[in-house]
Design a protein around this ligand. Structure first.
Ligand code: MN
Length: 478
């Protein structure tokens, strides 16, 4: 009898990050997470994803929770499982590039508070925007023996995105010192046979472990995973069934069962997974009842494949058009999006390039003349302030939108003048609220939202509501 070579596929469970971001606008509070952590810790997941830009923002803004405190509690609970986060390159978890000292400090505090793996992406796939975060992770890894960097390729389609391009990018990622690569298919464009081709090519060109991240929306995701695993992908991102499918990830239990008894067998126990699913099912019901989970995000929507536009971008577009009473322009805008994308160098469509391209496409259609008006962000993209795009931008559009202006070819932090350390001046702005080092970083990323949270926290601690306080009369409601 021949011995079967075992290549168990790993699963990263997304229920504590992307799954609830995709299905319930990132509103799952820590108190819902904690009671199931012990059980989740027994599965043997490759990692549990639990942190990222939207979870951080929503914790402070809507849930009035300290995201650092959530991370520490999860770290306490997950004794045996690696915790993973998503990181927007030089933008960290925010919306503008930061100086390198802030990137270093954020990486250091993230790992110190419990993160093991940092997945770093850039909306233009400009690898220079990822280098500081990778270097910072490697530095901590050397000092502490913990921390690992994963560079994510924002997957997209277009003339420039050939197998050679992806292979070449994978080699560069290995050279830049990252520990693993993620194919981040945020728009759900990667179909099964193309995935097999891509994974095979990457495997031939890099020794790094390859992880695949895909949303279910277009309905082919589980098949994409099957073909990718057969082609040698090491880890797939899945969500426990009550928070799977629709705009979220393929279901964990389904993928575990698919590979059972094969060389890819995960070895996970379906009984433990069932306990986790049973735990989240009533919460899902509650979310459906309250409307937090809309049936609109469930099921299959093939439009993402047809238009190559991420689901979140489509729903943004619809609401922007509704506000303008221009819903009849939907199809025109959809057709304008690929043209705008070409004009600005054919970038992937992911935060923030998706919003920039989408909004400009709406402007172009509603104004009745292309680039009659341009958003500030679109101008910045043309100026090179986000970094370099894979293809050159349309010179006619540049001449019309930013005539005669200088354009940068530097990485985003330098293009926008963030060449000097800025952490100290950020701290000076917020020192009255500071209770822990991490507060400075919360404020750096989301100044107004963090300040509102700090005031709320102060009020909770002192029993004084700063917003309601009548300072002139010196009387405080307690
Ligand atoms: Mn995602």
């Amino acid at each position: 009898m021949s011995e079967q070579v075992k290549k168990p596929v790993g699963i990263m469970e997304t229920v504590l990050r992307d799954a609830h971001q995709s299905l319930i606008a990132t509103r799952m509070p820590t108190e819902v997470m904690l009671p199931i952590v012990d059980t989740m810790d027994k599965v043997g997941y490759h990692a549990v994803e639990c942190w990222g830009g939207a979870t951080f923002d929503a914790s402070l803004r809507f849930l009035k929770e300290d995201p650092w405190d959530r991370l520490r509690k999860l770290r306490d609970g997950f004794k045996n499982t690696k915790l993973q986060m998503l990181f927007r390159g030089q933008n960290i978890l925010g919306y503008r590039p930061y100086a390198d000292d802030v990137v270093y400090a954020f990486v250091e505090r993230s790992i110190a508070n419990g993160i093991d793996i940092i997945r770093i992406f850039d909306c233009l796939n400009d690898l220079r925007n990822l280098q500081a975060a990778v270097d910072a992770t490697n530095k901590i890894k050397k000092q502490e023996g913990r921390g690992s960097s994963q560079v994510a390729l924002s997957y997209t389609l277009g003339d420039a995105y050939t197998l050679e391009y992806w292979a070449d990018t994978a080699k560069k990622i290995e050279e830049m010192g990252a520990d693993s690569i993620c194919i981040k298919d945020m728009a759900g464009l990667l179909v099964p046979y193309k995935a097999a081709e891509l994974v095979k090519t990457l495997k031939e060109n890099t020794k790094l472990r390859i992880q695949l991240h895909r949303h279910y929306r277009s309905g082919v995701a589980s098949m994409t995973y099957l073909k990718a695993v057969e082609a040698g992908v090491d880890v797939i991102d899945c969500a426990i069934s009550p928070f799977a499918l629709g705009t979220s990830q393929p279901a964990t239990e389904v993928m575990v069962e698919t590979f059972k008894g094969t060389e890819y067998d995960t070895g996970y126990d379906q009984k433990i997974l069932a306990e986790i699913a049973d735990y989240f099912t009533p919460y899902r019901e509650e979310c459906l009842k309250s409307g937090l989970m809309s049936t609109k995000v469930l099921g299959v929507n093939i439009k993402t494949l047809l238009y190559q536009v991420p689901g979140g971008m489509l729903s943004n577009m619809v609401s922007q058009l509704k506000e303008q009473n221009a819903e009849d322009k939907y199809r025109e805008v959809l057709e304008e999006i690929p043209r705008v994308r070409k004009d600005c160098g054919e970038p992937p469509l992911v935060t923030p390039s998706s919003q920039i391209v989408g909004t400009q496409a709406i402007f172009n259609v509603l104004m009745g003349e292309r680039y009659k008006m341009a958003t500030g962000e679109f101008k910045d993209l043309l100026r090179g302030n986000y970094g370099q795009t894979i293809k050159p931008m349309n010179q006619e559009v540049i001449d019309k939108v930013i005539p005669g202006e200088p354009r940068s070819t530097a990485r985003s932090a330098e293009a926008t003048g963030r060449t000097e350390p800025e952490l100290e001046s950020i701290e000076a702005e917020m020192k009255q609220y500071k209770q822990q080092e991490e507060d400075v970083l919360s404020y750096a990323l989301f100044p107004q939202v963090a300040k509102d949270y700090f005031e709320y926290r102060d009020a909770q601690q002192t029993g004084v509501d700063a917003a309601a306080a009548d300072k002139a009369n010196g009387s405080y409601p307690v």
